[in-house]
Design a protein around this ligand. Structure first.
Ligand SMILES: [Cu+2]
Length: 252
């Protein structure tokens, strides 16, 4: 109960539910919020601890007259110190710490569960890593190399894999990162919320050309994207064949 009250109290954080615009909250928003809460609480705890330390260092400085009462019974050598209020302070500080830590675990876990449970996607794009480039395959078979076009404010699902060695596909601006492993598919979802071009990189050392294994991620207005996508239907078969040919020729 206390845990829940606390998690609701931290900055009045919204629980992970849909945003006002009808779009689900994006993983980038979730991660940003987790970072802010941890950075904020860390700073707060730091200020309290360092502030209290400095306050006492000043209060009990030499010559201040504090802490020098003559009637205090000090323990003799080998004797257990008395006092301490029956451990109330200790109990309180442990209690508060436990509530904070447990609340953070519950809240962070629920936020990450939300990211794990992908909503209904608007478009699914296959991503294939191959030394040393990225191949993007759209639902209509259209295949592009090192260039990923996306519609703004749509739920995008990526199915990431590799045709040779381990790679890792990441778009830092959208907080997306997915292992690209041969024979496996890693799914990731996100919502591109700004038009423009950002970069995707490979995040797994995969060979001599790893550092140049980048791709342009071009986020377009929905209308522009639909126009572009409609124009790609004609080379449907060609694109698929091209993709297969490139796949077969991958080892050459
Ligand atoms: Cu790489």
């Amino acid at each position: 109960m206390l845990t829940l009250a606390w998690s609701l109290a931290i900055g009045g954080l919204p629980l992970p539910v849909g945003s006002a615009a009808g779009l689900p909250r994006s993983p980038a928003d979730q991660f940003g919020e987790i970072f802010l809460v941890f950075a904020g609480l860390g700073t707060l705890v730091g200020i309290v601890v360092i502030g209290y330390t400095l306050l006492n260092a000043y209060k009990y400085r030499r010559g201040s007259g504090n802490g020098e009462k003559k009637d205090v019974v000090r323990p003799e050598l080998g004797e257990k110190p008395g006092g301490g209020g029956g451990g109330k302070k200790l109990f309180l500080s442990f209690g508060i710490s436990a509530i904070i830590v447990l609340s953070l675990i519950v809240w962070t876990y629920s936020a990450l569960l939300y990211v794990e449970n992908a909503p209904e996607e608007d478009i699914t794009i296959k991503v294939e890593g191959e030394q040393f480039s990225w191949r993007f395959i759209y639902p209509n078979g259209e295949t592009t190399f090192n260039e990923l076009r996306l519609p703004k404010d749509k739920v995008v699902k990526l199915e990431v894999t590799s045709t040779d060695v381990f790679h890792n596909f990441g778009i830092p601006d959208f907080r997306v990162k997915a292992d690209a492993i041969p024979g496996q598919t890693t799914e990731k979802w996100f919502i591109p919320d700004e038009t423009g071009t950002v970069q995707a990189h490979c995040y797994e050392l995969c060979g001599a050309g790893h550092s140049g294994m980048d791709a342009d991620v071009i986020v377009m207005e929905q209308g522009d994207f639909e126009d572009w996508y409609a124009g790609t239907g004609s080379n449907d078969t060609q694109a698929t064949v091209g993709g297969d040919a490139a796949l077969a020729g991958g080892d050459a």
